[in-house]
Design a protein around this ligand. Structure first.
Ligand code: BES
Ligand code: MN
Ligand code: ZN
Length: 503
């Protein structure tokens, strides 16, 4: 999809479709007025007849419009004007694109970006519109044998800005939104691929392809290399699987040579059956999504590489399957991690922290300014926060605040949970340094407590994306979260990244 920004009067646009908003109840938005006037009151007549109330997400496609150069007009309900905020804006842009996706339209001009959104500027609106539009047309059908060849696809989208002086910022914003969308699409594709295709080796090959495209440096550690480093926790998980484990290390150098990198560590468990502590059969297919943390790291690297962000980032993805097997971990087994901490595995289904702890120890060797891990780590996080916010915990309040703010600005929210010392004793073990589970209470927190034992020397935060990385039910599919959050977090760390320097 191609994006353009333009400033100009709506009634003069020559396009297959003009997209304009209608607030509740039946109130034309500002850009719709000149269109209405030029077309002799066409829009207000239609609203008066009651065909569109203006509820958020409602759409109505018009084919005839006198005195205008556009072939169609799409009216989009925007809900209450007073409540038109980030979430509402994203929802309306999504609804408009989906409605147009069902028509023959291959190109359109949208005036939704000229609507006032509480507390957001034109740059934000353009970036968000580009991101949402691209995501709204996303489909995962690469594994269906029958493809709809005649389907018309939207190729070109023009987003309008109020004045010519907004064009520079608009073009910069398009680039941000589109880069994020590309990263999200990659994360969604990797997530939606089944476990028999998206294996640890497949993830590693995906990262390696970045090297030619973006000039990143990817190194893939195999099991013997990990053995040499003493990664006994990670390797204990992959012992139960026929797919060899991989530790994927992808370095992006956009900043100064000697700037310490931001480390992003993503759980890349390509299928989690639970191991000997096997999961129930219901919805077990969804455990193909247990690599979404790793996918979001690759997605974020893709996004920042697309926009050539001046920052150094190292993505580290421990990748394995977790299956029952004669050689798999058994409850009660004790393994030694790379950090030397011994771990009693009381539940083999708490495997994410086992692969992450060794990856976090490995991250230390890069002397990162900060390290953020991203993982579909606990079912408890789905209970606590549902699908609205990712869980956020860490040992640095400053870093947690940065991530919280990045979640707010990107509408890809995270919510902090406490990591008080009092929770740590839940990990006490009678036979090893620590246990890999912490009992019934506060499952998301005790999982983070476990990781905190391996990150004491770094500024570290953890995002539990168990509830946000994919949708269940009828709309089952990966969401691409939290690529937007991570990308905004990295953008924010580059104070020097301004539109003028990039155009
Ligand atoms: N990958 C799962 C977490 C998960 C479960 C995410 C359901 C999304 C939906 C993780 O490996 C796991 O199994 N965690 C256990 C930990 C428990 C044994 C302490 C869990 O949450 O049940
Ligand atoms: Mn598990
Ligand atoms: Zn898991």
């Amino acid at each position: 999809m191609e994006f353009h920004v333009k400033s100009g009067t709506p009634e003069k646009q020559r396009t297959a479709c003009l997209v304009v908003g209608v607030f509740l109840s039946r109130k034309l938005t500002e850009p719709a007025r000149p269109i209405d006037k030029a077309a002799g009151g066409l829009l207000s007549n239609i609203l008066r007849k009651g065909d569109l109330e203006g509820k958020a997400g409602q759409t109505l496609l018009l084919h005839t419009a006198p005195n205008l150069l556009c072939e169609r007009i799409l009216l989009v309900g925007c809900g209450k004007e007073r409540k038109f905020d980030d979430t509402q804006f994203a929802r309306v842009v999504d609804a408009a694109t989906r409605a147009l996706g069902k028509t023959g339209v291959t190109e359109f001009v949208s005036y939704l970006t000229e609507l006032e959104v509480k507390g957001r500027d034109i740059g934000w609106k353009i970036a968000k519109a580009a991101e949402v539009t691209e995501n709204a047309v996303y489909e995962f059908n690469q594994l269906k044998s029958k493809k709809d060849k005649d389907k018309k696809i939207i190729r070109k989208v023009t987003l309008s800005v109020p004045s010519r002086s907004d064009l520079t910022i608009g073009e910069h914003a398009v680039r941000i939104g589109q880069s994020i969308a590309k990263g999200m699409t990659l994360a969604r594709n990797l997530g939606n691929l089944p476990g028999n295709i998206c294996t640890p080796t497949y993830l590693a090959n995906t990262a390696k392809k970045f090297d030619q495209e973006y000039g990143t440096k990817t190194k893939v550690l195999d099991e013997s290399a990990m053995q040499k480093l003493g990664m006994g926790a990670l390797l204990s998980v992959s012992r139960g699987s026929r797919q060899p484990a991989r530790l994927i290390v992808c370095e992006y150098h956009g900043g100064n040579q000697d700037d310490a990198p931001v480390a992003l560590v993503g759980k890349g468990l390509t299928f989690d059956a639970g191991g000997i502590s096997i999961k129930p059969a219901t919805a077990m297919d969804e455990m193909k999504y247990d690599m979404c943390g790793g996918a979001s790291v690759l997605g974020a690297i893709k996004a920042i590489a697309e926009m050539k962000l001046p920052i150094n980032v190292v993505g580290i993805i421990p990748s394995s399957e977790n299956l029952p097997d004669g050689d798999a971990n058994k409850p009660g087994d004790i393994v030694t991690s790379m950090a030397g901490i011994t771990i009693e595995i009381l539940n083999t289904d708490a495997e994410g922290r086992l692969i992450l702890c060794d990856a976090l120890s490995y991250a230390e060797s890069f002397k990162p300014v900060v390290v953020v891990d991203i993982a579909t780590l606990t079912g408890a996080c789905v209970v606590a926060l549902g699908d609205q916010a990712s869980g956020l915990l860490g040992n640095s309040d400053g870093l947690c605040k940065e991530l919280f703010n990045a979640g707010k600005i990107s509408n890809d929210r995270a919510w902090q949970l406490p990591l008080w010392d009092g929770y740590q004793k839940q990990l006490d073990s009678n036979f090893a340094d620590i246990a890999n589970i912490g009992g019934r209470g506060a499952g998301t927190i005790t999982a983070a407590c476990f990781l905190s034992r391996f990150t004491k020397k770094m500024k570290w935060a953890h995002l539990d994306i168990a509830g946000t990385a994919w949708k269940t039910g009828k709309e089952k599919g990966a969401t691409g979260r939290p690529v937007a959050l991570l990308t905004h977090f990295l953008i924010h760390r580059c104070n020097g990244y301004k539109p003028a320097e990039n155009t």
